[in-house]
Design a protein around this ligand. Structure first.
Ligand code: NAP
Length: 282
């Protein structure tokens, strides 16, 4: 199987490793706007060769789109214009906007919308790692609009990456993604900013930073190039979840004002129940 990956960064590069290691792909073509990234990907043996978009599409059986979401919006219709019977899969983190763009495209059936639920806070080909996707899940969206053979090939591809599959309509995906992924990034960016502002007065604050602080602000290292287009494309859902989150923060604040530590205790106990859900799914 020859696979072309457009955007050979964290996700594209890590997929290249998994697909090659599993034997699903025998040849990976890298396509990227950055020659520097392509050179790094060749040096790291993530890809076998780099080609232009047109050449890569013509040579591949599957084309994976793994660029940030703003680029994806332009790339997807362009790539569908160029394919014949190849399968096109995107890995973008928001789905409604992008699916609307190609809803009436004559090659819509060649395309399968997917979101592998795995990642790190790092970007670029240097961030690609083996086993990133092991035992995690991928969401496939609106599969009834894709050709059955294309969906089957996509299933096989994610099975080779050791991932399970969940099927959702694009709207439900975007709501769930706002809750489980997008809000935690905003929250982490906000916490990092709060502490960075304090640090201007108190130089020692980071020396005191413990494991708890580090793990809560880990996501704040994520790149704006990746995240701003996601917030742009999933704005309404992220705003709803953010409102709920702000209300919860305000609730904690009001309990502190009232010195109601009994309620505070109950809320933390309730929050602890997340352990059962997370531990069950990891
Ligand atoms: P990344 O590490 O920044 O990689 C993206 C790559 O695409 C970079 O090499 C970038 O080059 C290149 N690129 C940008 N615009 C392009 C264009 N117009 N044509 C060709 N290449 C282009 O990003 P990522 O974290 O892998 O994310 C990629 C996609 O996966 C996004 O759509 C994201 O929503 C989705 N996703 C991300 C995660 C996560 O946790 N990171 C998880 C699941 C899904 P430059 O370096 O020059 O910008």
């Amino acid at each position: 199987m020859k696979i072309a990956i457009v955007g050979i960064g964290l996700i594209g590069g890590s997929m290249a490793i998994s697909l090659k290691e599993s034997g699903f792909a025998h040849h990976i073509i890298g396509i990227d706007r950055s020659q520097d990234n392509l050179d790094k990907a060749i040096r790291r043996r993530l890809i076998d060769e780099d080609l232009s978009l047109q050449e890569g599409i013509a040579a591949a059986e599957i084309i994976i789109l793994a660029t940030p979401m703003n680029a994806l919006k332009e790339l997807l219709p362009k790539v569908l214009d160029l394919v014949e019977d190849q399968v096109v899969i995107d890995v973008g983190s928001a789905k409604v906007d992008i699916l609307n763009i190609v809803r009436h495209h004559p090659r819509r059936k060649n395309y399968v919308a997917s979101h592998p639920m795995a990642g790190t806070e790092y970007s670029g080909p240097e961030a690609a790692v083996p086993n990133l996707f092991d035992n995690r899940c991928t969401v496939l969206c609106d599969i009834e609009d894709s050709d059955e053979k294309a969906v089957e090939l996509t299933r096989q591809l994610y099975a080779a990456m050791n991932m399970s599959l969940i099927y959702l309509d694009a709207n439900s995906h975007d709501i769930h993604a706002a809750y489980v992924s997008h809000i935690s990034h905003i929250s982490s960016f906000a916490l990092a900013l709060t502490v960075l502002e304090k640090e201007q007065d108190e130089k020692r604050i980071f020396e005191l930073a413990s494991g708890g602080f580090r793990s809560t602000v880990r996501l704040a290292k994520s790149s704006p190039e990746m995240w701003v287009p996601i917030f742009e494309q999933n704005r309404d859902n992220v705003m709803d979840v953010l409102d709920e989150h702000i209300n919860t923060l305000a609730r904690f604040r009001s309990l502190l004002i009232k010195k109601d530590f009994k309620q505070f205790h109950q809320l933390i106990e309730k929050a602890n129940s997340i352990r059962k859900i997370i531990d069950k799914n990891l």
